[in-house]
Design a protein around this ligand. Structure first.
Ligand SMILES: [Zn+2]
Length: 461
C-alpha cells in the first residue's frame, strides 16, 4: 500500500470520526496531548524513525474521544485515536507519552500498510467501513466481546490487530522515541503494569486497549530488560499539570450526575487535605468543574480559589486554574466576566477560544473576529476557531464572511460536501449583490478548490 493510498484511507476514517458524537475538541486537553505528541514526533525524527516522505504526507493528528473506555489506536495515514478514559488512568505524563509513542511507532514502521497488504485486497471504502466498525465495537463495554464473534466484526478486529512481532517492535521503537523526547522510560512499565492488572481482573469491557494489545509477562519482562537501572526507581509524584488533565478528563467524559457528585465528595473527604499536592490539585480541579456542570457556580468558584492556593508557585498549573475560573463564569451565563478574566491572559489556544466565545456573547465580537482571523491564517485546519469566527461575523452582521468561516470549519473536518453547500449559498448571496469584491472572489476560488477535492473523493469509491 502506497503512503498516499494509506493517507486517503485514513481521511475517510477520520472524516467519520470527526462526525462521531464522542469526538471532542477540548482546547485544554488538546493542547496538552498535542504538546506531548509534538515532542514525540521530534524524537522520532531525531532518531531517524520518521522518513521525510511520511512526515510530509501523513496527517499526524490525534483525535480525542470522550469515551470512558481505556483505548488508543493508530489509524491509516497518521491519524490517531485517544480516549479520555485512557488519559484519566495515567498516573504521569510519561505513562501517557508511552502509549502515544507506541502508537506513533506503529505508524512510522508502516505496520498498518504491511498488515493491509498481507491481509486484504479490499476496496478502500470497505476497508474504512471495517475499521470503523471495529472502533464502534470496541467502544461498547458490554457488546465488545460478543460482537467480535460476528464474522464481519471478526475481520474488522483483525484489521486493527497487529502481530506480536509488530507489537514488540512498537514497544522497542516507542521506548527509544519517548526517551529521546525526554520522557521517563518508567512510563512504559507503569502503563504495562496497569494493563496487566486489568487483564488479571479480566476487565476487558472497559479496557478495549487490552484486546488489541494483549498484556503478558514476556512483554513486561522484555520492556524491563531494556530499561536502564535508574529507571526502575519508584514512580515519582505526578506533576500538577498532569494531575489537572486527569481531573479534567474525568469530568469531560460525561460521567453522569452521580459520578460528578462523587468527584465533589472525594474533594471533601477527611483524608483529602493530607494527600499529596498533585492529588489535591487534580481533585480540586475535577470538583470545581463538576460543581460547574451541576450548575452550582458559587461552589465551583470557591473550589477553584482553593485550587489556585494549592498550585501557587507553579505557573503552568496556575494558568489552568485561571482558565477554569473563566470557564466557570462562562458556564454560569456571565460571558462578560469570563472575557474580562481572560483579558491580558497568555495567548494560547484555550484562552483564544474561550475568550472569543465570551467576547462574541458580550458585545465584543469585533475584537474576537480580529484575533481569530489572525489565528486561522496560521492554523487553517482549526475547525473550532473557524466555527467561533463564524459566530463573531454573524454578530457583526457580516453574513458572507460568516458562511465562509462555517464552510472552512467543515473543510477542516474533511466534510467537503457540507462545505460546498455553504460555499454555494455564499455565492448565491454574492450574486444577488451587496458583497464586496474581494470576499466574493475568495469564496469563488475556495469553492473551486473544495469542489475538486470532492470530485477526487467521489472517484475513489
Ligand atoms: Zn500496539
Amino acid at each position: 500500500m502506497t503512503s498516499s493510498a494509506e493517507r486517503k484511507l485514513g481521511e475517510k476514517i477520520a472524516a467519520e470520526l470527526f462526525r462521531d458524537p464522542d469526538y471532542i475538541d477540548d482546547p485544554v486537553i488538546d493542547e496538552y496531548v498535542l504538546g506531548i505528541w509534538t515532542r514525540l514526533m521530534a524524537g522520532a525524527r531525531a532518531r531517524g524513525e520518521l522518513s521525510p516522505e511520511l512526515d510530509e504526507r501523513f496527517a499526524w493528528q490525534v483525535l480525542v474521544g470522550k469515551d470512558r473506555t481505556i483505548n488508543a489506536f493508530a489509524l491509516p495515514g497518521g491519524w490517531l485515536g485517544l480516549h479520555l478514559g485512557l488519559l484519566s488512568v495515567t498516573a504521569t505524563r510519561d505513562e501517557l507519552a508511552s502509549v502515544l509513542a507506541h502508537e506513533l511507532s506503529h505508524v512510522t514502521q508502516r505496520h498498518i500498510s504491511r498488515m493491509m497488504t498481507q491481509q486484504s485486497r479490499q476496496a478502500p471504502l470497505l476497508m474504512a467501513a471495517l475499521i470503523l466498525s471495529a472502533i464502534a465495537a470496541s467502544k461498547n463495554a458490554d457488546m465488545g466481546q460478543a460482537l467480535i464473534v460476528g464474522s464481519q466484526a471478526l475481520a474488522a478486529q483483525q484489521g486493527l490487530n497487529f502481530s506480536r512481532d509488530m507489537e514488540r517492535e512498537a514497544d522497542r521503537i516507542g521506548l527509544g522515541v519517548a526517551t529521546q523526547a525526554g520522557y521517563e522510560p518508567q512510563g512504559f512499565v507503569g502503563m504495562f503494569e496497569k494493563l496487566q492488572q486489568a487483564s488479571r481482573l479480566n476487565d476487558n469491557g472497559s479496557f478495549p486497549y487490552l484486546r488489541t494489545h494483549p498484556m503478558n509477562i514476556e512483554r513486561i519482562a522484555d520492556m524491563r530488560s531494556r530499561l536502564p537501572e535508574k529507571a526502575r526507581a519508584p514512580v515519582p509524584e505526578p506533576d500538577l499539570v498532569h494531575a489537572i488533565m486527569v481531573g479534567r478528563s474525568r469530568v469531560m467524559s460525561n460521567p453522569g450526575v452521580d459520578a460528578l457528585r462523587g468527584l465533589v465528595a472525594e474533594s471533601e473527604s477527611s483524608t483529602f487535605a493530607s494527600s499529596g499536592r498533585a492529588r489535591q490539585a487534580g481533585g480540586l480541579y475535577a470538583a470545581a468543574l463538576a460543581h460547574s456542570k451541576l450548575r452550582d457556580p458559587q461552589a465551583a468558584t470557591r473550589v477553584a480559589a482553593r485550587l489556585a492556593t494549592v498550585v501557587a508557585g507553579d505557573a503552568a498549573a496556575l494558568r489552568l486554574a485561571r482558565l477554569l475560573t473563566a470557564e466557570i463564569a462562562f458556564q454560569a451565563g456571565d460571558p462578560a466576566r469570563a472575557a474580562q478574566q481572560l483579558d491580558g491572559a497568555a495567548p494560547g489556544r484555550p484562552e483564544l477560544i474561550l475568550a472569543s466565545q465570551a467576547q462574541v456573547m458580550s458585545g465584543r465580537a469585533a475584537e474576537a473576529a480580529q484575533k481569530l482571523q489572525t489565528w486561522v491564517a496560521v492554523h487553517p485546519k482549526d475547525a473550532q476557531a473557524w466555527q467561533v469566527l463564524a459566530t463573531a461575523h454573524t454578530a457583526l452582521g457580516q453574513t458572507l464572511r460568516a458562511i465562509r468561516a462555517e464552510a472552512e470549519s467543515r473543510v477542516a473536518h474533511l466534510d467537503y460536501k457540507a462545505a460546498m453547500d455553504r460555499f454555494r449559498s455564499a455565492q448565491e448571496i454574492a450574486r444577488r449583490g451587496g458583497a464586496d469584491h474581494i470576499e466574493a472572489s475568495i469564496i469563488d476560488s475556495r469553492a473551486r478548490q473544495v469542489e475538486s477535492l470532492l470530485r477526487e473523493q467521489a472517484l475513489e469509491r
